[in-house]
Design a protein. Structure first.
Length: 148
């Protein structure tokens, strides 16, 4: 009798854990996880522009600085359709002498091309410390999800 109860308890716990994972990674949350993105800026020479972003189930995202002239990323994301997402990132711009250099504002539209792959397009603006647009542009990306 105790063995049957243990099996039922284990099964119930497994179902509860599985239901939680299904909810977290269901259609509304398919972007949740950590991704690395290969960035191409339109009209710029080819670069080794790679960004790492973690998309959280609560609709926020964050990522480390991409170089010594930028700060960490913070942003929000939303599902717009099956396999399609938009997100906005804010990232501090840092001058070569270490002083504040304004703000990057990056708006991206990304489409899943598989469970662990995506492509996208983005616009960006570089704002001055006072909020004036100093520079803007467009680009594209390919992304891969990090898996254990």
């Amino acid at each position: 009798m105790k063995s049957i109860r243990r099996v039922l308890l284990a099964f119930t716990l497994a179902m509860a854990v599985g239901a939680g994972q299904a909810q977290e990674f269901g259609p509304d949350r398919a972007l949740v996880g950590t991704w690395y993105l290969f960035i191409t800026i339109d009209g710029a020479p080819p670069c080794q522009c790679i960004q790492i972003d973690t998309f959280r189930a609560d609709g926020t995202l964050e990522g480390p600085a991409s170089d010594r002239l930028s700060g960490e990323q913070r942003g929000v994301w939303a599902r717009t359709a099956d396999g399609r997402y938009t997100y906005t990132i804010l990232q501090n711009n840092i001058n070569a002498d270490g002083t504040p250099g304004g703000l990057y504002v990056i708006k991206t539209s990304m489409t899943l091309t598989g469970a662990d792959a995506a492509t996208g397009k983005f616009t960006f603006q570089v704002l001055s410390n006072g909020g004036t647009v100093q520079f803007s542009g467009t680009g594209s990306l390919t992304a891969k999800r990090i898996r254990p």
